[in-house]
Design a protein around this ligand. Structure first.
Ligand SMILES: Cc1cc2nc3c(=O)[nH]c(=O)nc-3n(C[C@H](O)[C@H](O)[C@H](O)COP(=O)(O)OP(=O)(O)OC[C@H]3O[C@@H](n4cnc5c(N)ncnc54)[C@H](O)[C@@H]3O)c2cc1C
Length: 307
C-alpha cells in the first residue's frame, strides 16, 4: 500500500460520515471526508428527535460536526466520489481528476428521495410535506393531516400518522385498494378515506392549502407521503455489493458493525438502514469508525507478532 494512502476515506459528510470520521480522528487515523453536497434533510428547518440538540438546523449540525473533526486533523474536501475501485490491497477513490488511495472506505452517501410528479409536492417537502412522523409528527400533532398514498408503504404510514392526530384523511390515490373490512377498521380508528386519484397539492403564497382530488380541495395542515428512496451508490458500481430487501426498498447488506461483503468497504447511515434518523445514522457511523480503527490496530499487532 502506498505510504500516502489514507487509513479511511469517508464518502459523505452527513451525520453518519462525520461520526465515523470523529471516532477515527480521535484514534489519530489519517482520514479524508468527501462532502458531496447537502444532506437528505437539508430542506427541513430543524433536526428533531436528536437528544441534546434543540432547534439546530440540519446544516448547522453538520457545520458543527465538520469543525469538530477538522480540529482532530481530519481533512474534509468538497467533492463527489465518482468511482471507487480496488487497488494495491486497498482502494482508489476518484474525485474530479484526482485519484486518492485508502485502506478503507466508509460509504455514508445517504439517500435521494424521489417524489412522485405531483404538482406542489416537491415545493413543500421538509416544510409542510413530510415522510417521517418520528421526525415531524410532534410539530403537527393534533392538526388535520393528510396521507397521500404513493406506494404500498403508505398503508403502514397512515397507521403511524394516526398516532399523532385523530384528524387524519387517507387519499388512496389509485395506489392502495381497501376492502370492506379494512374500511370498517379505518372508520373505527376515525380515519377518513378518500377514493380516486390525487391531482395536486394546493399551495397558496408558498403555504400548503390542501389536497385536490378531482374537483374537491380538501383543506389540510400537513401532508405525509412515502418517497421512493434511491441509494447514492453510483460510485460503487464496480463492486458486487450485496444488498438486502427491506419494506423501504433495497439497502446495502451490512452486518451490525457496518461491514459489507467487500472487505475494507463499510456502510453507515441511510445507505445501510433507510429508516435511520439522524441520531441512529450518527451511531452507525461511530461504530464503523471504531471497527476500522480496531481492524488497523490488529493489523499492526499481527505484523509485530510475525517471526
Ligand atoms: C425532509 C426530511 C426531513 C428529515 N428530518 C429529520 C429530523 O427532523 N430528524 C431526524 O432524525 N431525521 C430526519 N430526517 C432523516 C435524515 O435526513 C437522515 O436520517 C440522515 O440524513 C441520514 O444521515 P446519512 O449521513 O446517512 O445521510 P445524509 O445526511 O443524507 O448524508 C449523506 C451525504 O453524502 C453526500 N454524498 C452522496 N453521494 C456522494 C458522493 N458520491 N461523494 C461524496 N458525497 C456524497 C450527500 O450529498 C450527503 O451530504 C429527515 C429526512 C428528510 C428527507
Amino acid at each position: 500500500m502506498n505510504s500516502d494512502a489514507y487509513d479511511a476515506i469517508v464518502i459523505g459528510a452527513g451525520a453518519a460520515g462525520l461520526s465515523a470520521a470523529l471516532v477515527l480522528g480521535r484514534a489519530r487515523r489519517r482520514v479524508l471526508v468527501l462532502d458531496g453536497g447537502p444532506p437528505r434533510n437539508a430542506a427541513a428547518a430543524h433536526v428533531n428527535g436528536y437528544l441534546g440538540i434543540d432547534g439546530l438546523s440540519p446544516l448547522e449540525l453538520l457545520a458543527v460536526g465538520r469543525t469538530q473533526v477538522e480540529k482532530l486533523g481530519v481533512a474534509v474536501r468538497e467533492g463527489i466520489a465518482s468511482h471507487v475501485e480496488a487497488a494495491d490491497g486497498g482502494f482508489a477513490v476518484h474525485v474530479g481528476s484526482d485519484t486518492l488511495r485508502t485502506k478503507h472506505v466508509v460509504v455514508a452517501a445517504g439517500i435521494t428521495d424521489s417524489l412522485p410528479g405531483l404538482g406542489g409536492l416537491s415545493e413543500g417537502f421538509g416544510v409542510d410535506i413530510f415522510h417521517c412522523p418520528y421526525c415531524h409528527g410532534y410539530e403537527v400533532a393534533g392538526e388535520r393531516l393528510a396521507v397521500v398514498a404513493t406506494q404500498p408503504m403508505s398503508g403502514h404510514q397512515v397507521r403511524m400518522v394516526r398516532q399523532w392526530s385523530d384528524d387524519v384523511v387517507f387519499f388512496l390515490n389509485d395506489t392502495i385498494e381497501l376492502g370492506a373490512e379494512e374500511r370498517r377498521v379505518f372508520a373505527a380508528r376515525g380515519v377518513e378515506v378518500v377514493d380516486g386519484p390525487v391531482n395536486e397539492i394546493v399551495r397558496r403564497d408558498g403555504a400548503l392549502r390542501g389536497v385536490r382530488a378531482g374537483e374537491a380541495v380538501h383543506e389540510v395542515d400537513a401532508v405525509f407521503v412515502a418517497p421512493t428512496m434511491v441509494l447514492n451508490l453510483d460510485a460503487l458500481a464496480g463492486f458486487e455489493l450485496e444488498m438486502t430487501d427491506t419494506p423501504m426498498g433495497p439497502v446495502v447488506a451490512a452486518d451490525p458493525m457496518g461491514a459489507t461483503n467487500v472487505p475494507g468497504l463499510w456502510a453507515a447511515g441511510n445507505v445501510a438502514d433507510a429508516g435511520s434518523q439522524v441520531i441512529s445514522a450518527a451511531a452507525q457511523g461511530a461504530k464503523v469508525g471504531a471497527m476500522i480503527n480496531g481492524t488497523l490496530v490488529e493489523e499492526d499487532w499481527s505484523l509485530a507478532s510475525a517471526p
